[in-house]
Ligand binder design. Structure first.
Ligand code: ADP
Ligand code: MG
Length: 265
C-alpha cells in the first residue's frame, strides 16, 4: 500500500508534505452495514501526519461509524483500514490491542471514571495499557492537566467539575497516551454553550502547537474553518465532498453540501 500514489489526497490539503512521509490513517473503499442497512458506502480518506481533518454532515450520515471503524470498535464489512501502513482488518486479540494504543478517542459523553480524580483518570491508561510506573504516570497526568488549564483541579472528581472541565480531562487523558492520531466525536455537543469555547481552545492548541494529528467530527463551523487543514462532508454514508475549508465553505461544489452549510450557518 505504501507504494501507491497519493497525489490526489495531497491536492486536497494545505498540509506541507514531507518526502517519503506515510499517512497515519488510510481508509480504502470502506463499507459497513448493520444487518441489511448499509451505513458506509465506499468511503475513502487519507490523513497525513500533523493534519487536522474535520468531518461534517447531518445526523445519521455515518460519521461516528467511520470513527468507530478507524478506532477498531467496529469491524468493516468490506474495504481496508491502514494505520501507519499496517492493515488492521485481519488483526485480533493482542495485535488489536497493540494497534489501539496508537489511537486516542474523545467522545461526546466524557466517559470518565466517576470514582477517580482527574489525575487518576489520566493516569490509569498509562499504567494499565502502557505499563508506566505510578510516578511517571502521575508526572505526565499533571503535565497534561496543566496543558488543558486544570492544574488546580487535579484532585477533583468528575462530579466536582463542569462538563467543559470534564471534557478537558478526557482530552488530557487521551493526549497522555501519546497516540498517533486523536479522534473526536462531537466533543462539544453535550456542553452548555458557555463551556464550548474552553474545549475548542484546547483542541486548537493541540492542533496548532501540539502538532497532533486529529480527525474531528463536529458541528462547530468556526473551528472547522479556522483549524481544519481539510474538511470532509458526509451524507447518507458517502463522502460527498472534501477539500480546503475555504473552498468547501465558500464555494461548495455539491448542492447537498451547500444546503447543509446554508442551514447550519
Ligand atoms: P452520525 O454519527 O453521522 O450521526 P452514525 O454513524 O451514528 O451517524 O449512524 C449511521 C447509521 O448507522 C444510522 O442509521 C444509525 O442508526 C446506524 N447505526 C449506527 N450504529 C449502529 C449499530 N450499532 N447498530 C445498528 N445500526 C447502527
Ligand atoms: Mg455521531
Amino acid at each position: 500500500a505504501a507504494s501507491r500514489a497519493y497525489e490526489h489526497d495531497k491536492s486536497l490539503s494545505t498540509h506541507a508534505f514531507v518526502e517519503g512521509e506515510h499517512p497515519i490513517v488510510r481508509i480504502e473503499h470502506l463499507n459497513k452495514s448493520f444487518d441489511d442497512n448499509l451505513v458506509l458506502k465506499d468511503v475513502n480518506l487519507t490523513v497525513w501526519p500533523g493534519e487536522v481533518v474535520v468531518v461534517l454532515g447531518p445526523s445519521g450520515s455515518g460519521k461516528s461509524t467511520m470513527l468507530r471503524c478507524i478506532n477498531l470498535l467496529e469491524t468493516p464489512t468490506a474495504g481496508h483500514i491502514l494505520l501507519n501502513d499496517v492493515e488492521v482488518n485481519d488483526k485480533k486479540g493482542k495485535e488489536l490491542c497493540g494497534l489501539r494504543r496508537h489511537l486516542g478517542m474523545v467522545f461526546q459523553s466524557f466517559n470518565l471514571f466517576p470514582h477517580l480524580t482527574a489525575k487518576e483518570n489520566v493516569m490509569i491508561g498509562q499504567c494499565k495499557v502502557l505499563g508506566k510506573s505510578k510516578e511517571e504516570a502521575e508526572a505526565e497526568a499533571i503535565k497534561q492537566l496543566e496543558a488543558v488549564g486544570l492544574g488546580d483541579r487535579v484532585d477533583y472528581t468528575p462530579a466536582q467539575l463542569s462538563g467543559g472541565q470534564q471534557q478537558r480531562v478526557a482530552i488530557a487523558r487521551a493526549v497522555a497516551m501519546h497516540p498517533d492520531v486523536l479522534l473526536f466525536d462531537e466533543p462539544t455537543s453535550a456542553l452548555d454553550p458557555e463551556l464550548v469555547r474552553g474545549v475548542l481552545d484546547v483542541m486548537r492548541d493541540l492542533a496548532e502547537n501540539g502538532g497532533m494529528t486529529m480527525i474531528v467530527v463536529t458541528h462547530e463551523m468556526g473551528f472547522a474553518r479556522d483549524v481544519a487543514d481539510r474538511v470532509v462532508f458526509m451524507e447518507g454514508g458517502v463522502v460527498v465532498e472534501e477539500g480546503l475549508p475555504g473552498d468547501v465553505f465558500d464555494h461548495p461544489k455539491n448542492e447537498r453540501t451547500a444546503a447543509f452549510l446554508g442551514n447550519i450557518r
